[in-house]
Design a protein around this ligand. Structure first.
Ligand SMILES: [Zn+2]
Length: 502
């Protein structure tokens, strides 16, 4: 693409993303507003997620976004959910040490503790990006939790992830699903993290939308997981820890071959990792822009058994982590049982009572939305051509634009009637201002797949022109066939054959 600046101005000018918000107050870093086109796009991405989860028997729930202190003490967030912060000695500006090192020295080794970070800052003689001053010689553990007060004096926190809030009604799920494991639930909702100094647009927000799926099952069910057989022959781009160490590229392997190589420990986990990949394909990310990266042994959270990330190769920011798939074992239910005093073990079919394990897919919808905009935005070529947003048709914010050739002679009224019919089925738009060429261009810039033009022949012959975004080709169809033809086209039917070619 396009330089990043041009892409960012596209996002603002075309009503995708505005901010940092609130702009008239100068903006707060890490908070953004989705404009009409961005919101529709994000909504379509979330609908794709819902569809795929539901098809795989995960059921959506919605839990509160604020919970009391005890919950976050038990989950470990209050004590340990921190980022390493470093401050400028001169201007006191604060930065996230690991991110800063990576920004300036992409090839620097990955640090796993604060001492290593500090010695790298010294060794590289890093200076404050604001004032070029020296850094303080200490790393401060900055907690990411956003505190609030409920009622008069109850200490509470905005959730930093949906997952913890999803675990807590476990006994309710257990009854609801008739005391049979495994079962899956998911949540799509807001979460909050008090990031130190977020500077990567939607990739690092202080308020963001998460989408997380949890699979509850007994440990002995992990390797008798029947759904595994339906995905084991599919191939995925695995980038194992060893391949990373050897500086080799990811390899495309069947899930079964990856299991044979010992990349994953259980069939249930392998199935879930495959589901994560499927989710990103469903969100419109091309498969050649995806890879599955295994965590380094010392990078894994202390509870995690198997742990892989899904990464997307962005035009603007390069390879970016967008999803974690974790085997959390029975860690969370054990923790919440201890803290709440409520027994969270249940009867297994064989053996006695036990705590189920939780396998999870943890991601959000802001990064995929950003990725779709990043990957499908095409800047105008120098001197000629025009910018386009070549988003997959099913994800396009507006699906159909209805355009009268002229405003006069009853064309506008006729087009409005057609618009009323189409907008009952599709997110559609009516536009009568400017030349027809200019209006096509506007729709291409925001990714509208189809434009329907009403002209003088429409009044007499009841025919309209249907234009396809990607090819620019046009066909002539009967007005009464418009919905049927659109339906066929969104189902993937070829454009030719739907009407008279013009
Ligand atoms: Zn400074």
């Amino acid at each position: 693409m396009a330089d990043t600046k041009e892409f960012m101005s596209f996002l603002q000018q075309k009503g995708f993303v505005w901010g940092p918000s609130p702009e008239i107050y100068g903006g707060l870093a890490g908070f953004y507003t989705y404009g009409p086109n961005g919101k529709l796009l994000k909504h379509n991405i979330e609908q794709a997620i819902r569809h795929i989860f539901q098809r795989n028997e995960f059921w959506e729930v919605e839990c509160p976004t604020v919970m009391q202190k005890e919950v976050w003490e038990a989950s470990g967030h209050l004590g340990g959910f921190t980022d390493p912060m470093i401050k400028c000695y001169n201007c006191k500006a604060a930065f996230r040490a690991d991110v800063l090192i990576h920004e300036f020295f992409p090839d620097a080794p990955q640090c796993t503790n604060d001492d290593e970070l500090l010695s790298l800052v010294k060794e590289k003689q890093m200076k404050c990006p604001n004032c070029k001053g020296p850094f303080e010689e200490r790393i401060i553990k900055h907690n990411l939790m956003m505190r609030t007060t409920i009622g008069v004096d109850t200490e509470a926190y905005n959730r930093p992830e949906t997952a913890t809030t999803t675990y807590l009604p476990f006994l309710r799920y257990y009854d609801h699903f008739r005391k049979k494991l495994p079962f899956g639930v998911f949540q799509i909702g807001k979460a909050y993290r008090n990031e130190i100094s977020p500077r990567q647009h939607l990739l690092r927000c202080r308020e963001f939308t998460q989408a997380e799926g949890q699979l509850f099952l007994f440990p002995h069910q992990k390797n008798t997981f029947a759904a595994y057989d339906s995905v084991k022959n599919n191939i995925l781009p695995f980038w194992s820890h060893q391949l990373q160490v050897d500086k080799k590229a990811p390899v495309w392997l069947s899930v079964e071959e990856a299991m044979t190589r010992g990349y994953m420990k259980s069939k249930a986990y392998a199935w879930l990792l495959h589901l994560a990949f499927e989710l990103f394909i469903g969100m419109g990310i091309p498969q050649n822009k995806l890879r599955l990266r295994q965590h380094h042994p010392d990078e894994k959270a202390f509870y995690a058994d198997d742990a892989w990330d899904v990464e997307i190769e962005l035009q603007s920011f390069g390879w970016t982590e967008c999803c974690g798939v974790h085997d959390r074992t029975d860690y969370d239910l054990q923790q919440h049982e201890k803290k709440s005093g409520v027994i969270l073990s249940v009867q297994a079919e064989e053996g006695g009572k036990m705590h189920p394990h939780i396998l999870e897919i943890a991601f959000g919808t802001d990064r995929p939305a950003f990725a779709v905009m990043d990957l499908f935005y095409q800047a105008a070529e120098k001197g000629e051509g025009k910018p386009m947003f070549k988003v997959p048709y099913v994800l396009a914010p507006v699906k159909v634009a209805v355009l009268p050739l002229m405003k006069k002679d009853g064309l506008a009224e006729h087009a409005q009637q057609l618009y009323a019919t189409i907008s009952k089925v599709y997110v559609a738009k009516y536009d009568e201002s400017g030349t027809i060429g200019r209006r096509y261009l506007r729709e291409d810039e925001t990714g509208t797949p189809f434009c329907i033009t009403v002209d003088y022949d429409s009044l007499t012959k009841k025919e309209v022109t249907l234009r396809d975004r990607d090819s620019g080709r046009q066909i002539r169809i009967a007005e009464q066939d418009v919905l049927r033809v659109l339906g066929a086209l969104f189902d993937g039917a070829p454009f030719e054959g739907q009407g008279k070619v013009m």
